[in-house]
Design a protein around this ligand. Structure first.
Ligand code: DX5
Ligand code: ZN
Length: 226
């Protein structure tokens, strides 16, 4: 089967006064997942949304809801997101928790666990956990806000993760988040990403055109993989 890049629009850049419409637009445009940025004002200097938003968009789409937990204690919110209808819960290695125990609790709740690395965190912090992870999310901006500039110095870490996952034969998918536009989509796809998150590259206007352009760029990049 030919390799297909997955695109995960981040609703953080959607218009919240028309969130339902924007979710449906992303779904109809062929989004593979919907990325939901959860921020607690402690782990990152911003507040966004919580389980109530996940619950309200759940009936609008069948695509997996990929909740990115930028919170200090992710272990405290697993049940809330499971009850709300999330599918994936990605948690930062930099948060205050025991990754192994958090992963186990996420699986026990029936969800897929993933681990997130900030731009400055080395890949080695994630490696010991990847056999238990369904996702590795590599941040290409400092988490906290949409619309920031892509950090190109993270690209070698994406390549390192791709090589490790393939060499170990792991089922873990490699997701990249932050500053993904047409130009950077090609770069991270070439470096080995499976899933591309994009907020301001897709929302709020021309959702279908933006998604199509991003996918085309990513597929071009993936063809150049060595
Ligand atoms: C940043 C979030 C990202 C963000 C992406 O803290 O984790 O998911 O919404 O937005 P863009 O694509 O605009 O950088
Ligand atoms: Zn995110």
């Amino acid at each position: 089967m030919p390799f297909r890049i997955k695109i995960a629009p981040s609703i953080l850049s959607a218009r919240f006064d028309r969130l339902g419409e924007q979710v449906v637009a992303a779904d109809q445009a062929g989004a593979d997942l919907l990325h939901i940025d959860i921020m607690d004002g402690h782990f990152v200097p911003n507040l966004t949304m919580g389980p109530a938003v996940v619950k309200s968009i759940r009936p609008l789409t069948k695509v997996p809801l990929d909740a990115h937990l930028m919170v200090e204690r992710p272990q405290d919110f697993i049940k809330d997101f499971a009850d709300a209808g999330a599918d994936d819960l990605t948690v930062h290695v930099e948060s205050t928790h025991d990754v192994r125990a958090t992963f186990r609790a996420i699986r026990d709740a029936g969800l897929s666990p993933g681990l997130v690395l900030n731009p400055a965190t080395p890949f080695e912090k994630a490696a010991p956990h990847l056999a238990e992870a369904d996702l590795l999310l590599v941040m290409t901006v400092h988490p906290g806000f949409a619309g920031q500039t892509f950090h190109g110095e993270v690209v070698p870490k994406i390549r390192q993760a791709r090589t490790f996952i393939d060499k170990e034969g792991l089922a873990c998918q490699l997701e990249v988040d932050g500053g993904i536009k047409v130009d950077t989509a090609a770069i991270v796809a070439e470096a080995g990403a499976d899933i591309l998150v994009s907020g301001s590259g897709i929302f709020p206007d021309r959702v279908a055109e933006n998604l199509r352009a991003l996918r085309a760029a990513a597929e071009r990049g993936a063809k150049n993989r060595v």
